[in-house]
Structures are given as structure tokens and as C-alpha cells.
Write a protein that binds this ligand. Structure first.
Ligand SMILES: Cc1cc2nc3c(=O)[nH]c(=O)nc-3n(C[C@H](O)[C@H](O)[C@H](O)COP(=O)(O)OP(=O)(O)OC[C@H]3O[C@@H](n4cnc5c(N)ncnc54)[C@H](O)[C@@H]3O)c2cc1C
Length: 478
């Protein structure tokens, strides 16, 4: 039976009324006005936006939980442990931070003492100053390097005289910031990245917050979408539990999940979008959590520690999280990816050895419970955060273009906040608006359309004036 749009909308509204709210595993309806694929920050934002307009929307999630890369483990340790994102940046403008009050969670400023270790001692004030000055020079050099010139690896743009700080600078500006080494990172993307200030954390966990924000939505768990047929007026969304017909589909799977082939498209995803996903692949970032009762490292609550290093085999320590005995060593970039591929025991051994080297304490003897994340192996995520490789900066906008009745969202689909929860959230809201315009729910406004990038725009790989490099302040990422 061919449904008119009016019938279809009425039918899906009736379905929504009959369909329970909340996250669960269940049989699927046959049709929905809008289907959102993925219940991470982008998917929840998109669905909330659509629901707020009084329209029906169903979220299909492959895993057995809501939150995606925002995941709080409330059982392994005595305090909630954020396995993925921990910091919400720019609280003044963060749409997620604004919603925290309604979700009845507490945000508190990241009061982070920042220390730099040189071997077993703290860097002296003058040494820390030298390092910070090097970072400022490196930031400026990256901005200058792409002014009027083609994009390049950020590593090629930074000064060559970083000496004993070379590995630290690469880690702080590249891997710890974006999950990618500077060699694999677009200098232009770093320049375009918004500054990450006023970070806060969530006492109950950022994963808990995102999960609470999904409470009023219909989220069907353990339902991987295997194929989307997108070229007709309506889409067919295939899952192992059945096929849904939808007027619009919002796809929030990570770029690495899109490239994995687990979700197929009929017809194939256009090469333009495939190339964009490739250029915006996810970097590697993991937490190695160690319970260290008795504070053997002698650090304060939420202290952040990095080390002077000539190579990239280094990490970032977050000590005594929220005043607890839980410490976290973060590893990232190519070194982090390599460690993670060796498994949890090797990761924990690295963290213990690294802390022993820096603090000379008997860390191994003090360690109680441990846990290491391995995001590169999480089946429907396959990495940590989206960041552009060389030539990839214009691709954020390519992924904003509608493809038939599909709209893409997620942490790759933002020009200045890519790789963050805020970026993912805003992209979800933008995709929802675009989907609602397609369905005639919102009036098409040229000014708020999710700007289809003019053809050829993606070829723009230079900037005519160098804005201040942003987002590179240390430490800019948990
Ligand atoms: C260790 C780590 C630390 C981080 N730290 C920070 C931080 O401090 N601050 C910050 O802002 N950001 C941080 N990030 C990045 C941030 O977590 C992500 O940018 C953001 O959460 C991405 O949200 P998303 O909705 O785009 O994607 P995701 O969270 O990946 O959500 C996509 C969802 O889609 C589902 N899915 C995929 N394919 C299918 C399919 N075929 N069918 C159905 N469902 C599917 C997935 O299971 C997933 O749940 C960190 C990330 C990691 C891993």
C-alpha cells in the first residue's frame, strides 16, 4: 500500500503512541517517520530535537546500552569511571552542560593542577615556562604554515628545535588532543579547532548524563542496522529484527564504523562521502585505570601530569579522580594504538612501569583493581575521536550534505568542535533540523540549512589569513 505523507505521519504518530519510551530490546515497528541510527551523543541530540517538535522518532542502537563513546562504568571501582569522554568543554556554550541541571547531575569545574615531570622530579618553574613557550611557538608555526598554502601534516609545520620536549609537544598537541600523532593530522584542522576552555566533569559520569538525557526517547537496543536503501522517497532500514520504512534516516555511526562495512548502503554510499569518512577517521585514545589507595604518588585531587619526553611513548596521568584513589593513565595516537592492540595486561604493565619511572614509588605493590579501555576494538565504534588527516578539513562539511533521505551526524560532522561530545551533540541537532525540513515539518530556511557545501568548496585547502591556532592549550583533553 502506498501511503501519502499525511497517512504516513499519522501512522507513525500512532506507532509512537503505542510504542513505549526508554531504552529496551524489542520487536520493531514496520515504519517510523524518522529513524536515528546510534544512541551516542549525536543520536540522542537528534532524537530529542525531533521529539521536541512533537514528531515520532525511533533510535536503533547496535550495542546493549545508550551513550556510545560516553560510557560510565559505575561498578568496577568505588567511584563512577568514565570509560570514554570525561570532560565537557566550553561550559558557557555547551548544549550538553546546559541540560545537566534538568538531568539532575552535578557538573564541577576541572580543578586541574598541571605538573610536568622530568625524570623523577617536578620540572622547575623556568623549565615549565620553556615548555609552554615552545607550545606557543608551535601553535603559531602551525597557523602560519597553512596561511595561503595547501594543507600539510601538522608535524611538518612545527619548529624543529623542540629538543628534549619533542615527544611531549607531539603528544600534547597531537595524540592527547585528537587521538592522532601530528604526522597524521591536518595542520588546517588544528587551526580551525575551537579553543577548549572551562572544562567540567560530571560527578555521576558523563555517560550517566547522556543516558539520562535519553530517558524520554524510544531507543531500541541490540539492534544493529545492517543496510539502508536510501534512493527512494522513503528509506528501508534493515536490521536482524526486521525492516523499517522511514521518511528520513539520521546516521550517527562513527566514521570508522561507517568504513567497517557492517552497515551497508543501497545504492553504495557515494564516493564523496566515503572519502570524507576516510579523511575523518577516528584516532586512538584509551584510559588505563589503576586504584592506588594511600596516594603513593603524593599528588592532589585531579592533578594532571605529563613528562618531558623525546619520543611518543608517553602518557598523561590524571591522579586521584574526584578525590578518590582512582588514577588514570591515558595513552593515545600510534603508540596508544599499538599498546591497545597488545591487550589489557600489557597496557596496565606499561602504566605501572611509567608511574614507577616518574615517581619512584612502588606503584606495582600499591595497585588494587585495574581496568583498561580498548576503544579500537569496540565493535560499532572502532576508535576514539574523529580528526582530519591532511586534506580532510573540508570533509566535515561534505558529511553535512544530505544523501537521498539520509542525514549524517556525529563527532566528525562539525567544523570546529570535531572529536568532542559538544560537536557530536550539535551535529545531531543540525541533522534533525535538516531531516525535519525534508519532511516539511520545519520550513526550509537558507540561513539555517545544513549548508550543502558548494561543489568545489572541499577543494579549498588553504586559508588566506592565519587565525590564532585554537584548541591547543595544554592539557586540552582528559
Ligand atoms: C577514551 C575517550 C576519551 C574521550 N574524551 C573526551 C572528552 O573528554 N571530551 C569530549 O568532548 N570528547 C571526548 N571523547 C570523544 C567523544 O567521546 C566523542 O566525540 C563523542 O562521544 C562521539 O559521539 P557520537 O554520537 O558522534 O558517536 P558514538 O558515541 O560512537 O555513537 C554512535 C553510536 O552508534 C552506534 N552504531 C554504530 N553503528 C551502528 C549500526 N550499524 N546500527 C546501530 N547502531 C550503530 C554505536 O554503537 C554508538 O553507540 C573521548 C573519546 C574517547 C573514546
Amino acid at each position: 500500500m502506498k501511503l501519502t505523507r499525511r497517512d504516513f505521519v499519522a501512522g507513525s504518530a500512532a506507532m509512537a503512541a503505542a510504542f513505549p519510551r526508554g531504552a529496551f530490546a524489542a520487536a520493531l515497528p514496520r515504519e517510523a517517520e524518522t529513524v536515528v541510527i546510534g544512541a551516542g551523543a549525536a543520536g540522542i541530540a537528534a532524537a530529542r530535537r525531533i521529539a521536541a517538535l512533537g514528531r515520532s522518532v525511533i533510535v536503533l542502537e547496535a550495542s546493549d546500552r545508550v551513550g556510545g563513546r560516553c560510557q560510565t562504568d559505575a561498578t568496577t571501582f568505588d567511584v563512577p569511571f568514565d570509560r570514554g569522554a570525561r570532560w565537557l568543554y566550553n561550559t558557557d556554550t555547551s548544549p550538553v552542560a546546559k541540560l545537566a541541571r534538568s538531568a539532575e547531575v552535578d557538573l564541577f569545574p576541572a580543578t586541574r593542577g598541571q605538573r610536568v615531570r622530568i625524570g623523577r622530579r617536578n620540572a622547575r618553574a623556568g623549565e615549565t615556562e620553556d615548555f609552554l613557550a615552545l607550545l606557543v611557538r608551535a601553535n603559531r608555526a602551525i597557523g602560519e604554515a597553512v596561511r595561503g598554502k595547501p594543507d600539510m601534516p601538522a608535524a611538518s609545520a612545527i619548529p624543529k628545535d623542540l629538543r628534549e620536549w619533542a615527544g611531549t609537544a607531539d603528544f600534547v598537541l597531537g595524540a592527547a588532543n585528537t587521538g592522532k600523532d601530528l604526522q597524521n593530522l591536518s595542520a588546517l584542522d588544528l587551526v580551525m579547532m575551537a579553543q577548549r576552555d572551562n572544562a567540567v566533569t560530571c560527578r555521576q559520569g558523563l555517560g550517566t548524563l547522556i543516558s539520562k538525557l535519553s530517558a524520554s526517547l524510544t531507543v531500541v537496543l541490540s539492534t544493529p542496522v545492517t543496510r539502508i536503501s536510501w534512493s527512494g522517497k522513503d528509506a528501508q532500514v534493515e536490521t536482524p529484527s526486521g525492516t523499517l520504512k522511514a521518511g528520513a534516516v539520521i546516521v550517527t555511526a562513527s566514521t570508522n564504523a561507517l568504513l567497517s562495512g557492517k552497515l551497508r548502503f543501497s545504492p553504495e554510499l557515494p564516493k564523496r562521502q566515503q572519502d570524507a569518512a576516510n579523511k575523518l577517521s577516528l584516532g586512538s585514545y584509551d584510559h588505563i585505570a589503576l586504584e592506588l589507595p594511600g596516594n603513593p604518588l603524593g599528588l592532589a585531587k585531579d592533578d594532571v601530569v605529563i613528562e618531558q619526553s623525546t619520543d611518543n611513548q608517553t602518557g598523561l596521568l590524571l591522579a586521584n579522580l574526584g578525590g578518590s584513589s582512582l588514577c588514570q593513565v591515558d595513552i593515545a595516537g600510534s603508540f596508544g594504538a599499538d599498546m591497545s592492540s597488545r591487550g589489557e595486561a600489557a597496557m596496565t604493565a606499561f602504566a605501572v612501569e611509567w608511574l614507577n619511572k616518574l615517581f619512584g614509588a612502588d606503584v606495582a605493590g600499591a595497585v588494587k583493581r585495574t581496568h583498561a579501555t580498548r576503544w579500537n576494538d569496540v565493535p560499532y565504534v572502532l576508535g576514539a575521536m574523529a580528526a582530519a588527516s591532511v586534506g580532510g578539513q573540508p570533509m566535515h562539511r561534505v558529511l553535512m550534505e544530505p544523501v537521498g533521505c539520509m542525514f549524517f551526524a556525529g563527532d566528525a560532522v562539525h567544523e570546529t568542535l570535531a572529536g568532542t561530545v559538544n560537536g557530536a551533540w550539535e551535529s545531531g541537532e543540525r541533522a534533525a533540523d535538516a531531516a525535519m525540513r525534508r519532511l516539511g515539518v520545519l520550513k526550509a530556511l537558507p540561513s539555517d540549512a545544513p549548508a550543502k557545501a558548494p561543489r568545489g568548496r572541499e577543494k579549498r585547502e588553504t586559508i588566506s589569513s592565519a587565525p590564532e591556532p585554537r584548541g591547543l592549550a595544554w592539557p586540552s583533553r582528559n
